[in-house]
Each structure stands twice: as C-alpha cells, then as structure tokens.
Ligand binder design. Structure first.
Ligand code: BGC
Length: 753
C-alpha cells in the first residue's frame, strides 16, 4: 500500500514539476513573442536547406542574410560543429531578437556510423536493438551540431515497387508501431534538452506508403477504416511516444494534399491524438500544391497555414506571402502565433534558449563519432537484420576449408553498403565483404571474379551516376562473364553477391520490375550451368522477385544494405560464426503482378479454393507469396508444440494466457522470433485473416526447449469499427503462434460481454 502511495506521490510531483516548467516556458515565449514583429514570427516558420545534396528542384538562396533579418526558424543539411556554429553565430549575434536556430538533418539509419537500412533493421524484430541504434545516431548527430532528425519514417508499405520501402519498417501496423516508439525514445531519450538527444520528426504524415502503383509522389486514396486500422497506427505510436515534430507527406488524402489537409493536421493529429509539437512540411510540399491543382502561391500558403502547418520546408511560401495573408485577413493572426509558438517551444525544450551552442562541441565529436562500441553495435544490428531465405541441404554455413569463389560486382563494393539516406555516412569507411574475409582469413584465401558490371543498362546507370552512384564499367560483359565461369569451375562452391545499387531504392527510386537486373541474372544462369552449388547473397532495399533464384540457388541470404559493418556481418553469418535470425517485415512476392501483396489481407467472399474457378486467384500464379511476412530461416530448426490457452473465453478485464513450447531441434544454438497473430472471425466490418499482436525473441541452445507465454487482453482485440470507434466485438477469435505468418499452430477462444 505504502509503495502505491509513493508511486502516486512521485507522479504528482512529476506532473507538478512539468506544469511549472510549462508555465515557465509559456511565460518566456509569451514575452519573447510580444517583441516579435509579424515578419519575424513568419520568419520562424521558414526552414531553408543549406550545404548539402537536395531532393527537389528548388534550392534555398541567401540564407545567411535571411538569418540576420530574423527570417529563418531553422536550417537543414548543415552539420559539423564548425558549419553549425557559423550559422548559429549569425542567428544569436546578428539578428535582432537573437533567437537560436534549429538544425535538422535526415539521420535515418545512423549518422556517421551507419546501421542497416530501416527495412533491414525492422527485420531484426528487435525494438530494443533499434532503440539503441537510434540512441547512437542521436549521440553522433548531436556531436555533429544537429538537434533535430527527420526520422522515424513510419509509412506502412505494401508495394515493393515503391523505392521508399527501404526507409520504413515494412507492411505491418503492429511491428511498425513498436519500432516507431522505439526510435522516438532512442532519439529523444527522456530529456530533449540533454546535449546528446535530438528531436524526432515522424514522417510522412500520412499514408505516403500507399501511393498508387508504387510510383513515388503518386496519388493515395483509401477508406477511413483502412487508414485507421492499417496505416495510421505507427504515426500515432510515435506521437504517443512524445515525438516533437511531424512531417507532412507529399500525397493527397481524400483529394486534399496532406499539407492543406485540415482534417489530418488539426482534427486528427492535434484534437484526436493530442499532438502538441510542431508540423513541418516535406521538401517544397506547399509549393507543390500548385501542381496538385490547389491554387496559386498565395492560395496554397493560405491553405497550409489554415490547415495547421507550422513550418515550410524550402518552399518559402510562408516567408513570401505569410505577412500579406494575415494582413488581408485570409489567415487569422492566431494561426501564425500558434505556429510560431510551437516552433519556439521546440527550441525551448531542446535547451537552445538556455544555450544556443549546446549541441556544438568540437571535442565531443572526436570522442563520440564512430567509436569501437558504435561500430560493434553496427555489426550486431547488421547480423540481426539479415534474413536467410533458403538453405537447401545445409549449404550454409560455409566451411573455410573448401575452395570458395566469391563472384559478383558487390563482393568488393563499399559504395553501396551504406544504402540510401546515409547523408553523413562515408562509404569509404564501410567494410566490404571482401575486406572482411581478408581480415578474417588472410589474403588470397578465396577466389574472386567480378562477374558482371553492377548495372549494364546505360540509361539506368547514367541516371544513378548523376546522383553519386559511382557505378563503373570495367570490362565488357563477355569478358567478365567468361572470367566468372572459369573462376567458378575451379571452386567447390560459389558465393554470388548481387542485388541493387543504393540508389535503386530510397526516394524517387520506384521500379516497375523488381527482379535482379538482366545482366546479373545472366551471370547467375551462367554460374548455374557450371553445376557448382551456389549461395546467393543479396544486397537490396526492397523485396525482390526471386522465383528463379529460389528454385535454382542452394542458399539465399538477404543482406540488405547493412551499413558500415555490412562486410564483417556477412562474413560471420556465411561461415557460421553467427546464426541468421532476421525475419521479413515485408512480403516477397512471386512476381510483380501480385503486388500489393501482404499477409493481413481480407478473406473476400470467395476465398481461394483449390480446383474452383470462381474463387479469388490468378490463372498464372498462386496467391501465396514467395516468402511471407515474418519468414526467415536459421542454421538450426525450431519445432513448435501445441498451443495451450488457459481459458476458452474471456470477458471484461480478463486475460488470456497463450503458451506453447518451442524447441531447438537442429545442430546450432539459435534465436527464433515467435510470432502471435489473431483473427476476429465475425465483425461488423470485415477483419483481416491474420493480425500480428505480439512477438518474442527466444534464444535456445541446441536441443533446448522453452515455454513461451503471451497474454492477450480485450485491448488486443480492438479495432476501429465502421463508425471509427475503437472497440472489441464479442464473438469467436482464432489465435495463431508460429515462426512466420503462414506456418502456425492455432487455437480458438471467445470474447464474451
Ligand atoms: C524527403 C523527406 C526528407 C526531406 C528532407 C524529402 O525529399 O521526402 O523524407 O526528410 O526531403 O531532406
């Protein structure tokens, strides 16, 4: 009892302390805002880019001069203490009110130490690990002068043609929500004002991952029910975790682009979800509403401000028209005041008013960036992210005693290892597979051939190289192929290392065909003809179509773009010093025609039935994916015992205990991700055939068994019904537990009122 009171008193003290802090902040900001002119208030809403590569056609100009005049709230793409100090100096020494700047950057999967691309990280199914990577990213970014990251990207994605699937956590709202929360916590810690925490920015709000046909920036249209149940949860989880800012998406929702969508930005985000940070647009998203057909510059500025946008990234629509929009009465003064206040609050919470130089410390950078512990985490994350897709006859792990030929343009590659969105990452600091092998086994231990150019298609190569692709063409395709075949013939086993280039996924990198490029596929076919066993190691940023590879390769390891330590991680996995444990967070289709394909689909009124024509199916391909959501092998095997439920029905606050025994039945110690799904059999709206509701990672020594327990409560059974109420409906449920979304044990229970 005494303990309970202690908790209550502690909470009350914390609430009071927060309220005091808030009132101190409010007083400070109110008194500052009293001194501000309308121009200066509008200035706070302006976010230009300075100093780095850009992702749109418009560049920011004259930024230093604007800072001096108080016309800039923050900048992005400027980092390193020296560069940040230079701009912060102008703001706090030369502008009238000396308001410090925010410094933002796309710190997406690491800052200097690069971790696997986000899609890869999500395949670890390890939120605690992901939180640690975000913590390290914040530590390095803040040591580089930054205080704000445009991450996490939490867009649910079911279409692998979309290049940006590489930046998110895949297709599932539950897994996506767990990761969103972990990332916000990792970046922001428990105190934003610490010099090693940075403010998160959840993006892209909202539904950006559902762009039609997987074409970037394309139209989105979906029902509210789908939105609430399947796409919005990760954004909400990030907001609940306290994310300081939200970025609007480029797409439209209900026919209104996100940056003008008042329902989205005010009714949903602020009123329903209680978000109290600030909203920034994506790169020139307000300006782009002219092309969307929403009106001229002034009109789109008016729409954005009135919808609830606080900060305009790069477009300078607010800067150029904000004052006039207020003076002419098209935008209420209160709207600009509220936006300005929110941005000043963020600066206050980051501690910038107390010390504008808080994040600028040359010494800290030297001590904190790319240290041994950070590199070790990068390797750990890479190992845990890679997914073993096939392993026939225990082709893996390799024995170093064999004669092994490593073949492919990615064997020695460094450039692509850090993937897209690795702005401050230096690819030259990434360790290739080949260097890792040399470090592990000494030089000249293995055979090597490049096999093919990474990209032979001239148009594609040109466009990738225009954006720093650095794709070389060393020799003619015939020479490379012949050399590869000869090399393979001398070997006992071939390891082919193929895939995409970093630039083939990420922003503006949609593909209509998502197989290996033709030249790489030709190489694999030629290698196959040698009759040697082939291990395929893939580096790529999206699910690929791999039907031929699945039939013809002996083993396939999905290595993604795994960052600074990609090489050592691959080497450890290939030779059995580590055991694969990654599980797909996104379905791999058999072919592009199946897309969008995802595990949590609806049953339809005519579920597929073998031999019955008028059921939902294709004439030319099965409905099932090549590799389902949640799938991934290990060098060992796991068996699942029968499901045990402690009750056959639950009601009210009762909990259902779901347990089963998992046994490591193979020859290696290993880690399994045990996944729990449910199905609500009858609802007032149709329900998915499966929904992930829990998972646990279990490490088992060979031969070891363990009971795994899950608890399900009524909250886990809730969904947004046709009236968008969050409620559980009494009736029959199924519960499934297994090592992926398809191979599961099942049982049933009832929810009763
Ligand atoms: C991207 C965002 C990114 C922004 C700033 C945009 O093109 O869509 O994800 O945060 O640029 O670099």
């Amino acid at each position: 009892m005494a303990k309970k009171w202690l908790v209550v008193i502690t909470i009350m003290i914390a609430v009071q302390a927060n309220a005091q802090q808030d009132s101190k902040m409010n007083q400070f900001i109110s008194s500052l805002m009293q001194k501000m002119t309308l121009e200066e208030k509008v200035g706070q809403l302006n976010l230009p880019s300075i100093g780095f590569d850009v992702t749109g056609p418009i560049l920011s100009e004259g930024v230093e001069d604007k800072i001096k005049k108080g016309l800039v709230g923050g900048v992005f793409n400027t980092y390193t203490p020296a560069a940040v100090r230079k701009l912060q100096d102008i703001a706090v020494k030369e502008s009238r009110l000396k308001i410090p700047l925010l410094f933002g950057f796309d710190v997406i999967h690491g800052h200097r130490t690069i971790f696997p691309i986000s899609l890869g990280l999500s395949a670890s199914w390890d939120p605690a690990l992901i939180e640690r990577t975000a913590r390290v990213a914040a530590d390095e970014a803040s040591a580089d002068g930054l205080n704000w990251t445009f991450s996490p990207m939490v867009d649910i994605a079911r279409d692998p043609r979309w290049g940006r699937v590489s930046e998110g956590s895949g297709e599932d709202p539950y897994l996506g929500s767990r990761i969103a929360k972990a990332m916000v916590q990792g970046y922001q810690g428990n105190d934003l004002s610490k010099d090693n925490t940075i403010m998160a920015c959840v993006k892209h709000f909202a539904l950006y991952g559902a762009s039609e046909a997987g074409r970037d920036y394309n139209t989105v249209d979906m029902s509210r029910v789908r939105m609430y149940n399947e796409y919005l949860p990760p954004y909400k989880a990030a907001v609940n975790a306290g994310a300081g800012s939200v970025m609007t998406s480029f797409n439209e929702i209900d026919g209104v682009p996100a940056s003008a969508n008042k329902w989205l930005l005010t009714d949903l985000l602020r009123k329903q979800w209680g978000f109290n940070g600030f909203v920034v647009t994506d790169y020139t998203a307000i300006t782009e509403m002219i092309a969307h057909g929403m009106g001229d510059e002034k009109k789109v500025g008016e729409l954005a401000l009135n919808a609830g946008v606080d900060m305009d990234m790069v477009g300078e629509i607010f800067l150029n028209h904000g004052v006039e929009l207020v003076r002419s009465g098209r935008v209420p003064m209160a709207q600009v005041d509220a936006a300005c206040r929110r941005i000043l609050e963020a600066k206050y919470k980051l501690g910038l008013f107390a010390d504008p130089y808080r994040y600028i410390n040359e010494e800290r950078g030297k001590e904190r960036i790319m240290t041994a512990d950070k590199l070790a985490l990068s390797k750990e994350a890479a190992i845990k992210s890679m997914v073993l897709l096939k392993n026939a006859n225990q082709a893996l792990p390799l024995s170093a005693g064999k004669k092994i030929a490593f073949i492919g343009p990615l064997v020695k590659d460094q450039r692509n290892l850090i993937g897209s969105w690795s702005g401050a990452g230096e690819w030259k600091k990434a360790t290739s597979l080949w260097s890792a092998l040399e470090q592990k086994f000494g030089a000249n231990k293995f055979l090597y051939a490049k096999g093919c150019n990474l990209v032979d298609d001239e148009a594609l190569r040109k466009s990738l190289n225009e954006h720093d692709g650095q794709i070389a063409t060393d020799a003619t395709p015939e020479q490379l192929l012949n050399e590869a075949v000869q090399t393979a013939q001398q070997a006992d086993v071939v390891v082919a290392v193929l895939g995409e280039t970093a630039g083939m996924s990420g922003e503006a990198a949609s593909r209509s065909m998502i197989g290996l490029l033709n030249n790489q596929s030709d190489l694999l076919h030629a290698l196959k003809k040698t009759g040697k066993p082939i291990i395929l190691v893939l580096m790529n940023g999206r699910p690929l179509t791999l039907e031929w590879e699945d039939k013809n390769m002996d083993a396939i390891l999905e290595a993604w773009f795994s960052g600074t330590q990609a090489g050592p991680a691959m080497a450890d996995l290939l030779f059995g010093d580590a055991n694969p444990s990654g599980k797909l967070s996104m379905t791999f289709p058999r072919n592009v025609g199946q897309v969008p394909i995802y595990y949590n689909a609806k049953n339809t009124g005519r579920p597929f039935t073998e031999g019955q024509k008028y059921t939902t199916q294709y004439l030319d391909v099965p409905n099932s994916p090549l590799y389902p959501f949640g799938y991934g092998l290990s060098y060992t095997t796991f068996s699942y015992g029968d499901l045990k439920l402690n009750k056959t029905s639950i009601s009210g606050n009762e909990k259902l205990q779901v347990s089963l025994t998992v046994t490591n039945t193979g020859n290696y110690d290993g880690t399994e991700t045990v996944q729990l799904y449910i199905r609500d059999l009858v609802g007032t709206i149709t329900r998915p055939v499966k929904e992930l509701k829990g998972f646990q990672k279990v490490s088992l020594k060979k031969g070891e068994s363990r009971e795994v327990n899950f608890t399900l409560g009524v909250d886990d059974l809730k969904f947004y019904n046709g009236n968008l109420q969050w409620a559980a409906e009494p009736g029959e449920f199924k519960v499934f537990v297994g090592g992926n979304s398809q191979e599961v044990k099942e049982a049933g229970f009832r929810l009763v009122r």
